[in-house]
Design a protein around this ligand. Structure first.
Ligand SMILES: CSC[C@@H](O)[C@@H](O)C(=O)COP(=O)(O)O
Ligand SMILES: [Zn+2]
Length: 214
């Protein structure tokens, strides 16, 4: 294991920020059945090298405990002495950081993101058009249209991670896994949360408009 030194104050800030987001999302029932994972980058990207704090695997994410997070490196390996196991989906976080240079990656399972990912699963992308909240992605064009990629939900997470470079769209800070959930990211906690909330609002809107227009 190659250990990383993170100044105590920086580590405290990162873990507290993650714990606060986790608590907020848990209150929205965004972590049913221990699902979901959250991560926040620690320090700057150093070429291909970076570190981030991520939720430990299989925890009850509605609880706040000293064993909720650990620091990992760009390959998803623990970078501190810990008995904690990183999220089973850490490799997807690694790939998103590597490709985008973002600062935070949030993954949640919701009923709306599951239903919408399945509905558009064969198409490989969820079309979103003319919804005001597209502006949350800094897209200001009138009646803008975007497509949110949907990847197959392979049991092998590294197989999913390998597909990320092929579907990543610079303008769209999110990827759905079919019948599973969404990954949303941003330059920091504020932006990743904003993006995730915008996606969830739009998935619910699309779901309800599909029903209305039946
Ligand atoms: C218990 S169902 C959810 C898991 O299979 C997984 O998809 C998930 O999001 C949480 O895994 P975790 O290893 O706790 O980060
Ligand atoms: Zn998941």
């Amino acid at each position: 294991m190659s250990l990383v030194h993170i100044p105590a104050e920086e580590k405290r800030r990162v873990l507290e920020e993650l714990a606060d987001v986790k608590e907020l999302f848990a209150a929205r029932n965004w972590f049913p059945g221990t699902s979901g994972n959250l991560s926040l980058r620690v320090g700057e990207m150093d070429g291909d090298r970076f570190h981030f704090a991520i939720t430990a695997s299989g925890k009850d994410k509605s609880k706040r405990t000293p064993e909720d997070f650990l620091i990992v490196d760009q390959e998803g390996r623990p970078a501190e002495t810990t008995g904690l196991k990183p999220s089973a989906e850490t490799l997807i976080h690694c790939e998103i950081y590597r490709l985008t240079g973002c600062g935070a990656v949030f993954h949640v399972h919701t009923v709306f993101n599951n239903l919408i990912s399945e509905y558009y699963g064969e198409q490989g992308a969820v079309p979103l058009q003319g919804i005001e909240l597209i502006k949350a992605f800094n897209i200001w064009e009138e009646n803008a249209a975007i497509a949110v990629p949907v990847l197959p939900n392979y049991a092998d997470i590294s197989a999913i991670a390998k597909l990320v470079p092929g579907v990543l769209n610079e303008q769209v800070p999110g990827i759905l896994l079919r019948n599973h959930g969404i990954y949303a990211w941003g330059r920091d906690t504020f932006e990743a949360k904003k993006h995730l909330e915008a996606f969830e609002f739009m998935f619910e809107t699309v779901y309800r408009s599909l029903l209305l227009n039946k």
